[in-house]
Write a protein that binds this ligand. Structure first.
Ligand code: NAD
Length: 260
């Protein structure tokens, strides 16, 4: 379905981004990976994806805190692949602390990586998408883009910001072949969430399994984690012709979290 198209997936060396990169590659899209990691691991990932799906796979190590590196990443995709047709803004970090003691440096980092990078990458891909008359911008927001939790001020502010930005980009591109939507996942068992499970286990003196159950039980009625594969397949759907008129949506994939 996506043969000949190229997708930039930010933060795709791990977790959800990697799951999305795999599903897009499985549909024939060339992939520009991005994110941190050991050079050897990233090289192995490139080879595996390219061999498994028969698509070109490249990597750019842009730090999502830096608008110039983000622009260089998009330029690299356009030079290497000839286009950047799909942009998945996925890179993200978390920091958990009450407002009163939230470190300024963590606030700045969460806003830069989770929100501002989405703006700068979108700004960089739009001219090429307009020229070609087709594009898909998919922002990985969160259930925390729709509702809040205590102790996550920067993350909740950033993700609500991503949902708002998604709507503006959708309106500005409404009469074109470019769409912009957000996916709002609930809990997905990735390194980002594993850290929070470990913190609950340490704080409450309980096993990891009990901490996982507590985390899910508090917010996610299904009691089951969302998977990166499921999110990747939702991204594939948003790239399909069936989704041509889905514009500015914030789609919960959250086991019922935001239905409550
Ligand atoms: P993860 O920690 O597994 O992966 C994060 C990715 O972002 C990694 O590839 C990492 O290298 C990259 N990254 C971090 N800082 C970066 C930077 N400065 N520059 C470039 N890359 C950087 O996390 P994840 O759980 O897969 O999260 C991915 C996205 O999904 C995030 O935006 C997160 O907020 C969102 N999300 C996650 C969950 C969940 O339950 N895991 C739920 C809702 C939304």
């Amino acid at each position: 379905m996506l043969n000949g198209k190229t997708a930039i997936v930010t933060g795709s060396t791990s977790g959800i981004g990697l799951g999305i990169a795999r599903e897009l590659a499985a549909q024939g899209a060339g992939i520009l990976l991005n994110g941190f990691g050991e050079a050897n691991d990233i090289a192995a990932l490139r080879t595996t994806l390219a061999q498994e799906y028969g698509v070109p796979v490249d990597y750019h190590g842009a730090d999502m805190r830096d608008p110039e590196q983000i622009a260089a990443m998009v330029a690299h995709a356009e030079t290497t692949f000839g286009s950047a047709d799909i942009l998945v803004n996925n890179a993200g970090i978390q920091h958990v602390a009450p407002v009163a003691s939230f470190p300024r440096e963590r606030w700045d980092a969460v806003i830069a990586i989770n929100l501002s990078s989405t703006f700068f990458a979108t700004q960089a891909v739009l001219p090429g998408m307009h020229k070609r008359g087709w594009g898909r911008i998919i922002n990985i927001a969160s259930a925390h883009g729709l509702v809040a939790s205590a102790n996550k001020s920067a993350y909740v502010a950033a993700k609500h910001g991503v949902v708002g930005l998604t709507k503006v980009v959708a309106l500005e591109t409404a009469q074109t072949g470019i769409t912009c939507n957000a996916i709002c996942p609930g809990w997905v068992l990735t390194p980002l969430v594993q850290k929070q499970i470990d913190a609950i286990a340490a704080r409450d003196g309980i096993t990891e399994a009990a901490a996982r159950a507590a985390l899910l039980g508090e917010k996610q009625p299904s009691g089951a984690f969302v998977t990166p594969e499921q999110l990747g397949q939702v991204a594939v759907f948003l790239c399909s012709a069936a989704a041509d008129q889905i514009r500015g949506a914030a789609l919960p994939v959250d086991g019922g979290w935001t239905a409550q």
